[in-house]
Design a protein around this ligand. Structure first.
Ligand code: BT5
Length: 264
């Protein structure tokens, strides 16, 4: 990765500082360090490879050199701007921004699997990891981590993921520039961050939502917690489900996994 070339390529975007590394453990961890050192708002941490990229609940995220995008975007929401109900929208913000680029720039039929996956043809192409930090009751910063599989080699041949995975190259049948893809993603993130509190974010999230009106099982590491038909995402980013008895319940993200009910 030619760091100067990548920095130049991001010059026209209204970002804070841009930190680019050949290899880090995790861009989210690196972003935490940059925040401690006073990184300005909208700063971006980017790495060509991660040795300990992370997903939710201690799961790992693979970023192989030269093949993918691993980024962490640093946000300091103005006091009062992110209330509790907006926090649940952060994964949606990242997912909708990626979804829109895939749809509009690459004409791919993408969807967003609640809470944090972006799928193409039912396979995971991107994962979102929002991390929120507090000082007592005061929200101090948000790190929005996004991992995207770009070139075919992003996925090890013997990868055993919990969900099927894909790459942009596999979906398009051709290679695209990672830098161009990054520029499109950051432009989309900036646009959707400006709409975090607006109904349009939830409306778009709902129109992109995978498994709508389908039967799914929700589980955590403790096992199954609910099953029912997906009704949609609520204003606070929770998932609304109707169970077999007609009772509607809302679930907040965190550690929940969604799976289609196995009909076989
Ligand atoms: C996620 O977690 O999907 C969030 C992934 C966020 C990664 C970004 S990269 C930049 C930033 N820095 C970090 O350290 N993290 C963020 P989760 O829903 O828990 O899914 C994790 C699961 O996805 C793993 O257990 C694997 O089964 C699978 N997986 C790992 N690497 C993958 C990849 N490259 N493509 C598709 N699936 C993958």
């Amino acid at each position: 990765m030619d760091i100067d070339h990548w920095k130049q390529g991001l010059n026209d975007l209204p970002l804070g500082d841009v930190y680019i590394y050949q290899e880090v453990e995790s861009t989210n961890s690196e972003a935490e360090k940059r925040i401690q050192e006073g990184a300005p708002p909208f700063s971006l941490v980017l790495a060509d490879a991660q040795t300990a990229g992370r997903g939710r609940q201690g799961r790992s995220w693979i970023t192989r050199p030269g093949t993918a995008l691993a980024l962490s975007w640093i946000l300091y929401p103005e006091p009062g701007r992110i209330q509790q109900e907006l926090l649940g929208r952060l994964a949606g913000l990242g997912a909708v921004a990626v979804w829109e680029v895939l749809q509009e720039e690459y004409q791919l039929s993408a969807s967003v699997k609640w809470p944090n996956d972006v799928l193409v043809e039912g396979k995971k192409i991107a994962g979102i990891l929002p991390e929120v930090h507090w000082d007592g009751c005061q929200l101090t910063d948000v790190i929005l981590g996004i991992g995207l599989n770009v070139h075919r080699e992003a996925l090890p041949q013997d990868a055993e993921f919990i969900f099927p995975a894909t790459t942009l190259e596999d979906c398009l049948g051709e290679r695209v520039s990672r830098l161009e893809f990054l520029q499109q993603i950051m432009t989309s993130l900036l646009k959707w961050y400006g709409r975090l509190a607006e109904p349009t974010l939830i409306n778009t999230w709902n129109s992109a939502l995978a498994h709508r009106e389908e039967s799914v099982v929700l589980s955590t590491s403790q096992g199954e917690i609910a099953r029912g038909v997906v009704l949609g995402v609520k204003d606070d980013g929770s998932l609304s489900l109707r169970d077999a008895t007609g009772v509607v319940q809302d679930f907040h993200s965190g550690e929940i996994q969604v799976r289609l009910v196995d009909r076989s």
